[in-house]
Write a protein that binds this ligand. Structure first.
Ligand code: PMP
Length: 290
């Protein structure tokens, strides 16, 4: 990713893509004092852009720092970076981190940096509409008393990369992570939904990100008069569901074909919501009122 043409917005200026560097003694690198966003633009417009910028601010606050750019300034940076990329459909990555003045657990006065990069990123999964095969992760989502789960914080992704790599080594596309209690939580970069008897069941987001795509999928389902049941889901229940899909900015709505030895059929409800989501992000339908 570092070796390509283009520009990246860094701390208020555009720098050449290959020159967008940080020092090796950056606090964010050593101690994961970084928060980020993943967003997608469709037809030149970033979907739910402002909510992502607001979440970035909130994530930073949870980690105890203030981003030295307002939400409006971040919005402007994203719009300009997207425009400069020349891309219509693109992935947008905003990241804020503690700089390199002090090295140690304490870094009270380190400069806070912000960067925005935009690049082409097609489907997150190959053959997405066939449904992905998932395995079980050995790592669990931490207790909210152990880690600040509501922040989209770089540090929380250590568990995700461990789980994703383990899944990929065995030929799976992704892994289902349980939470610290052993309840079904989410995939390594997306939330999860299950269908049973016409109702959608999804875990209560009390120790993982309540994704913007997750909230959008709920609105789309409600607009179709599909009942949403947000609750504790136990792994023993996985075989009682007929359809399953995951939601995330990168994953969009991706059907799940199996989790471990349980099979699902990407069916009518999943397909309808995949279409609705695509229509929504492409501006063909309006966001349903909640
Ligand atoms: N959970 C995790 C761990 C994620 O990385 C993501 C992607 N940001 C999500 C859920 C879904 O969040 P969103 O729909 O806001 O992209």
């Amino acid at each position: 990713y570092h070796d390509r043409d283009g520009v990246i917005w860094m701390d208020g200026e555009f720098v050449d893509w290959r020159e967008a560097k940080v020092h090796v003694l950056t606090h964010g690198l050593h101690y994961a004092s970084a928060v980020f966003e993943g967003e997608r633009a469709y037809g030149g417009k970033i979907f739910e852009s402002r909510r992502h910028s607001e979440r970035l601010h909130k994530s930073a606050q949870i980690l105890g720092f203030d981003i030295p750019f307002t939400v409006d300034e971040i919005e402007a940076a994203k719009v300009e970076t997207l425009a400069r990329s020349g891309l219509d459909s693109a992935y947008v990555r905003a990241i804020a981190w503690r700089g390199s003045e002090m090295m140690g657990v304490s870094a009270q006065n380190n400069t806070i940096h912000l960067a925005v990069a935009v690049w082409h990123w097609g489907d997150y999964f190959a053959d997405k509409m066939k449904g992905i095969a998932m395995t079980h992760a050995k790592w669990r989502r931490p207790d909210p008393k152990t880690a600040p789960c509501e922040a989209k914080a770089a540090g929380l992704y250590m568990i995700c990369t461990l789980s994703k790599h383990a899944a990929e080594r065995e030929g799976f596309a992704d892994a289902l992570m349980l939470d610290w209690r052993g309840h079904v939580a989410e995939a390594t970069g997306a939330n999860i939904f299950f269908l049973r008897d016409g109702a959608l069941h999804t875990p209560t987001p009390d120790c993982f990100l309540n994704g913007i795509t997750r909230q959008t999928a709920i609105k789309l389902a409600e607009a179709r008069q599909i009942e949403i049941v947000e609750r504790t889901i136990l792994p023993e229940e996985l075989s009682t569901f007929s359809e399953c899909f995951i939601t995330g900015t990168a994953a969009e709505l991706t059907p799940v074909r199996s989790i471990g030895d349980v099979d699902y059929k990407p069916g009518e409800v999943t397909e309808a919501l995949v279409t609705d989501y695509s229509d929504l992000v492409n501006g063909k339908i309006m966001m349903p009122a909640s």
